[in-house]
Design a protein around this ligand. Sequence first.
Ligand SMILES: [Zn+2]
Length: 469
Amino acid sequence: MDDCQFVSDLIEARRDDWIAVSDAIWDYAEIRYEEFRSAEMMAQVLEREGFAVDRCAGGIDTAIVASYGRGNPIVAILGEYDALSGLSQCANQLTKKPLVPGGNGHGCGHNLLGTGALAAAIAVKEYMDAHGVKGTIRYYGCPAEEGGGGKAFMARAGLFDDVDVAFTWHPWSHNEACNATMLATCQVFFKFVGKSSHASGSPHLGRSALDAVELMNVGANYLREHLTQDARLHYAVVNPGGRSPNVVQAEAEVLYKLRAPKMGEVREILDRVVEIARGAALMTGTEMSRQFDAASADMIPNVTLSSLMHRKFQEIGVPAYSEEEVAFAKRIQDTFSEDERKALVAKGGKVIADEIDPFSAEPTFLAGSSDVGDVSWIVPTAQVNVATWAFGTPGHSWQIVSQGKSSIAHKGMLLAGKVMAASAIDVMRNPSLIDEAKVEHATQLSGETYQSLIPAETVPRPISRFQPV
Ligand SMILES: [Zn+2]
């Protein structure tokens, strides 16, 4: 029996276990750095399988690193389990219907991501036992991918330093070995403190922090014209200073998210935004302070590993879907907006992706960011994207949450586990592939080393600790 068949059988034999874990994490729907139950569930499963589990890895409450075996090669499989705020949604519904009004939901499918990775790590362990393969398989439970840069903090703590190669995946609406670059990013809070006063009776005595936020945003919007084509600048006013227009706002805060193709460019844009914030404070007679939140690095693609994942993906193949599954996906597509439907047609108009996209050795560009980027700077890293929902389902949407417990999602998750496990086993059995991936990695970096964008004093924090009163 070949390796792909062997790991596929292992994962299928325990499909009910993996579906139960994924569905439980969907239910927990915990957001950045609050994934206590999700991380603990992963840790307990891994312990039962004989993995040595490091909870609070790198001093991060909801990060885990679980190892099985010993010595090199050390192969990492990266999992995530954080949800998104405000996206609570009942499962398997065709309309937007929150399960908990204002609650969280798995709008990026990380319940599937973390569990598919878990199934992969355990299948590799079982394969190692059955075939006497030497080396270490490691499951990384990475918190706070959504805006929290969990892997960047884990990387800063040195948790990936001894790893040889890393594999991961993402739930998606089509099937591909992802050979792409992505944008580096950072998030910084800017807080302004002024002086309150009666806005009509004594306006001359007030110093408005909200004015400072507004002027900062005007300045930043003028900066936009002078950024490079692929740079991005977004902001959210997280504290407008209260709800009373007749009070001059004494405090206000805005969160900036900056993106650019390289970490160095993000640093330069941040320096300019800080100057704009200083200018806004000067104009309004307020005090400005800033708090770095999180960052993630740009993605270093690795063709050696991504083409390996593509081969394994092809060997394993995509699942068949029942008439009910196709009908459900079609009805989900019926909920798309006119524009989303147009985009769907432009992309090929499928109901559920039923083939693997061709592999291109030339990296594509994705205008998003991921903290997998930080890992990719330290070790050769590759990722597959696997269909887990109706073709064209918009990202971070109620439709993703609705489909997160569906049989389509479960099939995609198990498939991703098989592809990652088969790829991990391949490099463990053929260490020359690891050498090749490392040579390519070194060439890509051309002497540069990983420098985290996160200042030394910044610690990972749940978003709730930033919320204004
Ligand atoms: Zn995601």
